[in-house]
Structure formats: structure tokens, C-alpha cells
Write a protein that binds this ligand. Structure first.
Ligand code: NAD
Length: 353
């Protein structure tokens, strides 16, 4: 018998393909706008300027100041630039940092957003915004945050460096892993993320061989969309909590932190709900979800230990204390002892399960 479920519908329009960036103008006009500010990081400024060139009179300018973790000071400057430009919408061209800036502008001004993602981090389909103020990262959810349109253009991901390709894919797989056991999961999301596991498993090793393999890039970007949808429509749990603890309180890099924690958080929850993580165990082999993900991570050169990103063994007690401070839904009950043990394994990089 099917489990009971609610399917909330998907509110974001998605355009997927190769060369689809050329459809930005049409998508902006479709939303009823004729002035748009293009956003990027400093690193992707040339791409943003190129995009602004292709949309001609629609472009009200480029703001190339997006930064990791969406600091509010940068947002304030960007909102000023947005208002001064006369734009009524933004195009966010880049990874999660740029998407975050677009969301922060939208929340403050009511701007519509067209997102053109160039990593697999998966912010584009979600109603979640994390912002940093005075060194503290806070996260909120609101329908006003969710982008109106996402344009996935495989061509823009050809330049994604191999290391970020791998860790960003692991970041996406983490969204899927928690969606498999989310209390509000539904069959549509589960179909999407099962497909995504296979697409990443097959696509990532090919991208290590040849980062310009367009078919493999296409598989990976499709998988990223599926995982982003999961992140945007069902609840996350322990894994995302721990990634937030390390990113927020120890300033560890976003994608690597997710990548490192994933096999260990999978193994931890697998002990409580092995049947829900069977699709991961089947996709990655190794006899278990945690073991299979660890083997896959090792085979694609993904970092495996918290030690490798500068966390000291002494930090683990503080991380544990922060992680258990507030209660949240997780399939396996958490307590300081079990979380400390999980973190010890992750710090050492030992294969779980
Ligand atoms: P990022 O956006 O910071 O990108 C990392 C670097 O790679 C940047 O310099 C960027 O310009 C560059 N880059 C991106 N795509 C490239 C490409 N195709 N070719 C060459 N260089 C490229 O990193 P990220 O991992 O995508 O995003 C991390 C941020 O996103 C974090 O702040 C995280 O909190 C946030 N995030 C938010 C959500 C959400 O739902 N709110 C979801 C996932 C991530």
C-alpha cells in the first residue's frame, strides 16, 4: 500500500538544456519585466557581463559582488545598486553564493528572480535563505525567497573545476539522502532523487576523466535539479544541521563540509531507517548507504575527514554541543554521545558501517 502523502506542487518554472542562457531575455519578459540587474561573484564577472550584453536593453547593469554565506553588508550595497538601476528583477548567474544574493535582494525589494545555476549546490529551487550578520549565520524560509524561474544551461558548467564538481555533487547528494527519510517526503520527490543518484554515480567519474564531457555534465546538472527540488520541498535533518554547525561556527567551506559529513550522517541514520536508504545503498554499492557513499567519495577523490579541512579533535566537543542544542526532526534520536561518536569517525575519516 502507498504511504499517505501531500505533494505541494512545484512553483518554479524550469528551462533545461544546452545554450539555454540565450533564453534569459524571453524568460525575463515572460515575467513582465523590462529592466534587470545581473548578479555574479567577482570570479564570474566576465560571464555576467557577457550575459548582460546578450539581453541588450533589458540589462540595467551588473553587480559582481556576491560572496559566500550572503553577508548583509554586501546585500545592502547590492540593494542600493538594484534600486539605483531601476531594475525590477534580477538574474543570478553562478553558484549558491550568487543565488543567495538574488534571494536576499528579492526578499527586501519584491524583485522577481531568474537563476542560472553553475554549480550543483542546489539553492535555486528552494525557499531557503541563509544570511550572515556579525559573524552569525541565520536561515529562514519564505515563499518570497523562492525564485520564479531557473534556467539550467549545461554549457556554463563545463568550466566548473573538477574538485568543486565532486564536492558540489556530494553536496547535492546530501539533499537527496535526507529527502529519502524526510517525514514529508512524497513519491514524486523520491522518483526524482532515485534518478539523481544513478545520474551522479555515472556522471561524476566521467567528469573526472573529462570535465568537458557534455553528456556527463548534462546528467550531473539534471541530477542537481532533482536534488535541489528535494531540498526545496521537503524537510532536512541531522546532516544539514551538522553542515550548518561547521560552516557557521567553524567557517569550513560549504561544499567540502557537506561532502565530508555525508557518508557518516548516512550511516548514522541508516541504523534507524535502513529500508528508506536502500536506494542509496543500491546505487552506490558497498553493502550499505554509508559504506557505499564513503567508497564513492574515495573513488572520486572527495575529502573524507574533518581533520583534512582544519577541524581539530578538540573542536568536536563544541560542535557536538551546538548540534544538540535545539531539537529537530531526525529519524534516529540524537544525543551528545552518539553525535560525538559520529563526529569522531568523520574527523578520522574512517569508513562507516
Ligand atoms: P559558490 O557559489 O560560492 O561558488 C564557489 C566559487 O566557484 C565561486 O567563486 C564561483 O564564482 C565559482 N564558480 C561557480 N560556478 C562556476 C563555474 N561553472 N565555473 C567556474 N567557476 C565557478 O559555491 P556553492 O557551493 O555553489 O554555493 C555555496 C553557498 O550557497 C553557501 O553560502 C551555501 O550556504 C549556499 N546554499 C544555499 C542553499 C539554499 O537553499 N539557501 C542551498 C545550497 C547552498
Amino acid at each position: 500500500m502507498m504511504e499517505s502523502f501531500v505533494f505541494p506542487g512545484l512553483t518554479t518554472r524550469v528551462v533545461f538544456g544546452s545554450g539555454t542562457m540565450a533564453r534569459a531575455e524571453e524568460e525575463i519578459r515572460r515575467l513582465g519585466h523590462d529592466r534587470v540587474l545581473v548578479l555574479s561573484t567577482p570570479h564570474q564577472k566576465a560571464d555576467a557581463e557577457k550575459l548582460a550584453g546578450t539581453i541588450g536593453a533589458l540589462a540595467a547593469g551588473v553587480f559582481a559582488g556576491a560572496t559566500m554565506h550572503t553577508p548583509v553588508e554586501i546585500t545592502d550595497t547590492a540593494v542600493e545598486a538594484f534600486r539605483a538601476s531601476g531594475a525590477t528583477a534580477v538574474i543570478s548567474l553562478g553558484g549558491g553564493s550568487t543565488t543567495g544574493l538574488g534571494k536576499a535582494i528579492a526578499l527586501r525589494t519584491g524583485a522577481d528572480q531568474v537563476v542560472i545555476p553553475t554549480t550543483y549546490a542546489g539553492s535555486e529551487m528552494t525557499d531557503i535563505l541563509g544570511e550572515t550578520s556579525a559573524g552569525e549565520k541565520t536561515t529562514r524560509r519564505s515563499p518570497d525567497i523562492r525564485p520564479e524561474t531557473v534556467i539550467y544551461d549545461v554549457d556554463l558548467t563545463l568550466s566548473l573545476p573538477v574538485a568543486l564538481t565532486v564536492t558540489s555533487a556530494m553536496n547535492a547528494i546530501a539533499h537527496a539522502m535526507e529527502a529519502f527519510y524526510a517525514p514529508d517526503r512524497n513519491p514524486v520527490i523520491v522518483l526524482m532523487i532515485k534518478d539523481a543518484m544513478v545520474a551522479f554515480r555515472d556522471g561524476i567519474p566521467r567528469l573526472i576523466e573529462d570535465p568537458h564531457d557534455r553528456a556527463a555534465r548534462s546528467k550531473a546538472l539534471y541530477a542537481a535539479w532533482c536534488c535541489s527540488t528535494a531540498l526545496g520541498y521537503v524537510q532536512m535533518a541531522l546532516h544539514h544541521k551538522l553542515a550548518h554547525v561547521f560552516g557557521g561556527s567553524f567557517d569550513t567551506p560549504h561544499a567540502e563540509t557537506h561532502a565530508i559529513l555525508l557518508p557518516y550522517t548516512a550511516a548514522f541514520n541508516e541504523a534507524a531507517v535502513p529500508e528508506l536508504l536502500t536506494p542509496i545503498a543500491e546505487a552506490f554499492g558497498g553493502g550499505s548507504a554509508g559504506g557505499g557513499l564513503w567508497d564513492f567519495a574515495k573513488s572520486v577523490g572527495s575529502p573524507l575527514s574533518l581533520k583534512a579541512i582544519g577541524i581539530s579533535e578538540d573542536d568536536l566537543d563544541r560542535a557536538t554541543a551546538i548540534a544538540v542544542r535545539n531539537a529537530y526532526a531526525n529519524p534516529r534520536p540524537i544525543n551528545p554521545g552518539s553525535i560525538r561518536e559520529l563526529l569522531q569517525t568523520a574527523w578520522e575519516g574512517r569508513r562507516p558501517g
